[in-house]
Each structure stands twice: as structure tokens, then as C-alpha cells.
Design a protein around this ligand. Sequence first.
Ligand SMILES: [Zn+2]
Length: 318
Amino acid sequence: MKKTKLLFIVLTAVLFACGDSKTADASSEVQVITEEIVAHENTIDEQLKGDHESLKQIEFIDQNPIGKSSRSNPVTYVKAYDDIRALYTSLPLSKSRGYKAGVFSFNIDGGRCDTCQGEGEVTIEMQFMADIHLLCEECKGQRFKEDILEVKYKGQHIADILEMTIEDALNFFKEDEKNRIAKKITDKLTPLFDVGLGYVKLGQSSNTLSGGEAQRIKLASYLAKGDRHQKTLFLFDEPTTGLHFHDINKLLYAFNALIDQGHSLLIIEHNPDVIKCADWIIDLGPEGGKNGGHLLFEGTPQDLVKSKKSVTAEYIKP
Ligand SMILES: [Zn+2]
């Protein structure tokens, strides 16, 4: 949070959100904040000075799944799969057989298994019970036809790649330093590793990822873009929910990377370790819902610890 002037805009909106609703959860507050900023953009501009005009867009990074389809996964979300398919298409066996990138897709007919349509499993709908998922007999869960799996890069076929963790895949592709496409793949996978997702499999279906993991994949996709021109205000709603201490550090690292790219962050958070790292804190309270919404403190973490009014001050004292 670099721009204090900008935070005044948001502060007004936060007070509006908290004061007006008794049970509103944080994500609907974020929704209100976003709408307020957009609705009052022109009047705010008249009242404020500073370089807040350099902000070109607002992005709310929530914990909703990265895709509804069981075929969406981390590697497709950050667009690294396009390069992986390009790499497999460039191999001698692919060229001699005339394979195009599409045969390495599990979304379209061609190279994918016809029986499970690239899902690796078949779903049997039960009338009175939950659906049953069975391993596909035809491809044994490998998602592709046998002849497609004959195409190997450094001994691994496309289904092996999808089974790799992000960390393993990074090491695997990094070994091939001179390969331009392998370099593009590692460039796109690195942000996923940086936000603490090294353990997630490349082809892991989005519906098996937690909300916190989905959120960090979205964050990684912005880091991968490395867009320093479209300055963005990122809004986060308790991003540390469900995260291990170790992963919180990685998340903070990713936040700093966004700030280094010139973006600003507004985070709704209760975690003292995150609050301590802010440049500017707006402490609302003293409680939630109708007993909250009052400004208890505004300023730097160093000044917050001296505040008598703030409850948060107790928690962030060194
Ligand atoms: Zn199959």
C-alpha cells in the first residue's frame, strides 16, 4: 500500500460497506468497494492530488475456482500448456507423423482418448447417489491415445508431464537450457513456484484445488504477465485463509513482487504477520457487523503499536 491518498478513497468505501450492512461478509464488502471506486472515480479525481491517476484498473483476486471445467488446471491457466504442446510438436517424431499442437490437447478430438474424452476417468451418474468416477479402461488414466504417448521429450510423454509437480517440472525443463520453448515454459511456471505452489501437479484439475490455491494461481498469472504499464489496484479478501505459516511468507513475497512491478494492494486481513508488512493500515472496529465500522486507527505499523484505541495494536507489538 504505497499511496496514502488513494487509500482515502478506499477508506470511505470501507466505512460505507461496514456501516450499512450487519452481516455482509468480506467478499461482498470488496464488491462494494470496487463499485464505489468505479462509480466515484470522477469526483474522487477532483478531490485528490497525487499519482492515483496512474492506476488503470482494479482487480479483485478471490478464492473462487480458476475454472468450472474439470479440464482447467494450473498449467492451462498460466498458459504454459500452449508452450508445452509447442515443444512436443517440435520433436522429430511429431514432425515425421505430421502431428500438430492440437493432438496434445485434452480439450479437442484428435490425440486425446476417445473413451474418456481426455478426462482420464469416466463418470457414471447415479440416480440417488453421488456420481461415481472410474479410471478410464482405455487409456488407464493417461488421457491420450497410445501413439501420442510414443512422442517423448527427454524420456517423458505428455501425460507424464501433466503428472509432474510444478517444482519437478521446473527442474526438468531447466535442464534443457538451450531450448527456447523450454525456457518459455519455465518462465511461466516460475511464478506458480514463487507463490508456494511447487507441490501442485501441472495437470491437477481445478476442482481439486483449495480456495487459497486458486487465489495464488490467479496471483501467479499476474506476476507472469510482468505488466508494468497497466498499473493495477489489487483487492484481496483475507488471502491467508487456510495457509500454512511457510506459505504465508511466500504469499508476502508475491505481494512484494506485485508492488515492485508498480501495482498497489488493498488487503482485508486479520493475520498480524501480514498487517505488520503493510505500508499503511486502516483499522476498523471495535467489533464486526453493527458494532464495527468505526475508524480506530490509520497510519503506519510503527504508529499503530502506540495506539491506545486499536485492538489490533496488541497483536502486532514486537
Ligand atoms: Zn481414456
